[in-house]
Design a protein around this ligand. Structure first.
Ligand code: MG
Length: 157
């Protein structure tokens, strides 16, 4: 078994769609980024790559490469899972925390889990989502950014 950790942090901007865990979430702002800015999916990708000893997301999909401009993060996750699979590993479990002041994410967790699990080729019960605020403190608390943490457990096939 192998374990990996992922973290990501993105700026929130007006005029962008908010996508978290591959699911569009109604909100006045969205996450900035070269791709769709899906901070949660990026953290999961890094956790999976870390567990497989495959470096990080930026090495595999550099933001200097126009090929990945406005990429769907779910497509990047699918590619990451494929590369993990090529190392003879499969996803056993993923646990996550999204750190955001607003909006309330719990009502979207079921759809996010389903979407993430389907993309990784696992069951929804193998994915756990949690949300935290920073109680109004710092950039996240002011609604300027969101962060996500993820941990992944891989097992040999
Ligand atoms: Mg990112």
């Amino acid at each position: 078994m192998r374990v990996g950790l992922g973290f990501d942090y993105h700026r929130l901007e007006t005029g962008r769609k908010l996508i978290l865990g591959g699911v569009p979430i109604p909100f006045e702002k969205g996450l900035a980024g070269h791709s769709d800015g899906d901070v949660l999916t990026h953290a999961i990708c890094d956790a999976l790559l870390g567990a497989a000893g495959l470096g990080d997301l930026g090495q595999h999909f550099p933001d200097t490469d126009p090929q990945w401009k406005d990429a769907r993060s779910l497509d990047l996750l699918a590619r990451v899972v494929q590369r993990v699979g090529e190392k003879g590993l499969r996803v056993a479990q993923v646990d996550t925390v999204v750190i955001a002041q607003e909006p309330r994410l719990a009502p979207h967790f079921a759809a996010m889990k389903e979407t993430l699990a389907r993309t990784m080729g696992i069951e929804a019960m193998q994915v756990n989502l949690k949300a935290k605020t920073t109680e109004g403190l710092e950039a996240i608390g002011r609604g300027e950014a969101m962060a996500a943490q993820a941990i992944a457990l891989l097992e040999t096939r």
